[in-house]
Ligand binder design. Structure first.
Ligand code: PMT
Length: 427
């Protein structure tokens, strides 16, 4: 029924109800429908009356090959509010308005979609889209919390330009993210079961004095997405994180660090435990030689020169110490991407490098999306166009999994493979 493709398991034969509510983002549900169909799902679309003001039901009808249900009363004779969720493997609501979130959280049923949610037993994936101010409103936050506590998977909206012309968080999450959420809800493929994955994320901060430091723009999103994806696929994950504003992912052990030195220690200490190491962190290459114990006052001198020294190259150090671990690095580049990334792959003795062109619009530091080229130790290139960081995390894990066996250290990773196959048999 389920096979693993390049970006995750497919949905062949899965019955999905796609709920569309009255948001300007309703048109994006058309593309989502096509993607679900392409992945092999059988899709039944349910629209709220508001959604039909934005996109005609006929569009969904023609594409899905099934009549679109809209009102609870017209569908009443067939008891669709009972039969649709009963037959569905999952319900995906995209876009979901603030009104839809509120009704679902409170258990109100005044249209087919909201009534269906009261009878459904299957996984529910909700992808909200609304104005940024609405998304941040405490009422909406409360409803989202209620829905999550009840087991619904709420896919946070993306940041960006909104219909109002303002910039904020409220754009419907990109398709890759919604699809990944659906796939992991439906197909809890635990193909990383038995692996112990050590991941670094975020920036480091190298102190100058008690209140100043050298750092960079890493938000940690890429590393956290990797940690969440590996955990969802059954791995035990330890995330060594520089300072970020991200919430602690559930079920993942976090080791918080600040400096490159802290990160070096935290990673080295756990190397022997791990089967796979992924360095997504943006580690400072230099740190001040002297850290002032008191705030450096501007009147002390007119000009200041900061003397810097190299930090430890963590990946190179891990590479020198490793036995059977698979080592994955990132390369954040602004030019000559492939040349520089290949140099790093070789110099640091890696099995795989994620060559990250951080000049691509909407990708790299801080954004919700990324674009990269995977380069493995044989020099094979795999292009990953602009996609959500979660979708990229899945692709990196897929590639890393294919490389498990013999690592770039020349040592066989047979004990790892054996432990994996033991667990696979058991699960
Ligand atoms: O955190 P986000 O906002 O989501 O952004 C994601 C990202 C852009 C930070 C991420 O995708 C990324 O590219 N991470 C690597 C950033 C980086 O430091 O690249 P680099 O080319 O300078 O380093 C190459 C590799 O060596 C990296 O795996 C890095 O973790 C590692 N390194 C670097 C310096 C050092 N002292 N020790 C290291 O191990």
């Amino acid at each position: 029924m389920v096979r693993t493709g390049s970006s995750g398991p497919t949905l062949i034969g899965m019955r999905i109800v796609l709920g569309v509510t009255g948001s300007i983002a309703a048109y994006k549900a058309v593309s989502l429908l096509r993607t679900l169909l392409r992945e092999g799902a059988v899709v039944q679309v349910v629209m709220t009356p508001g959604a039909t003001k934005f996109v005609a039901p006929l569009t969904f009808e023609v594409l899905s090959g099934h009549p679109v249900s809209t009102g609870v009363f017209e569908a009443h004779q067939e008891m669709k509010h009972l039969s649709l969720p009963e037959q569905a493997d999952a319900i995906v609501i995209a876009p979901a308005t603030a009104n839809c979130l509120a009704k679902s959280a409170l258990g109100l049923g005044d249209d087919l979609l909201s009534t269906m949610l009261l009878t459904s037993q299957c996984p529910v994936i909700i992808a909200p889209a609304m104005d940024g101010g609405m998304w941040m409103h405490p009422t909406v936050t409360e409803h989202v919390r209620t829905l999550r506590a009840r087991g619904a998977i709420v896919v946070d909206p993306d940041e960006g330009l909104l219909a109002s012309g303002k910039v904020g968080q409220g754009r419907l999450a990109d398709e890759g993210t919604i699809l990944a959420a659906l796939q992991s809800a439906l197909v809890p493929e635990r193909d990383w079961h038995g692996h112990r994955v050590l991941i670094s994320a975020g920036p480091t901060q190298e102190p100058i004095d008690p209140i100043r430091f050298i750092s960079n723009r890493s938000s940690g999103k890429m590393g956290y997405a990797l940690a969440e994806a590996a955990q969802a696929r059954g791995a035990q994950v330890v995330l060594v994180s520089g300072p970020t504003a991200l919430p602690v992912p559930q079920g993942i052990e976090i080791v918080s660090v600040a400096t490159a030195e802290d990160m070096t220690k935290a990673m080295s200490l756990r190397l022997a435990w791990s089967t796979v190491v992924i360095m997504a962190a943006a580690v400072a290459d230099f740190r001040p030689i002297q850290v002032a114990s008191r705030k450096i006052k501007k009147q002390d001198q007119t000009d200041q020169t900061l003397a810097l020294e190299r930090t430890t190259d963590i990946l190179a150090a891990l590479s020198a110490q490793r036995t059977t671990q698979l080592l994955v690095g990132f390369a954040a580049e602004t030019h000559d991407l492939i040349v520089h990334a290949k140099d790093k792959l070789i110099a640091k003795g890696l099995d795989l490098i994620v060559a990250n062109d951080v000049t691509t619009a909407g990708a790299g530091f801080g954004s919700d999306q990324n674009a990269a080229t995977l380069i493995d130790r044989q020099g094979t290139l795999t292009e990953l166009p602009l996609m959500s960081k979660r979708a990229m995390a899945e692709a990196v894990l897929n590639k890393a999994q294919a490389l498990l066996g013999v690592t770039a250290s020349g040592q066989t990773s047979k004990p790892v493979a054996e432990s994996v196959s033991t667990h696979r048999t058991a699960s």
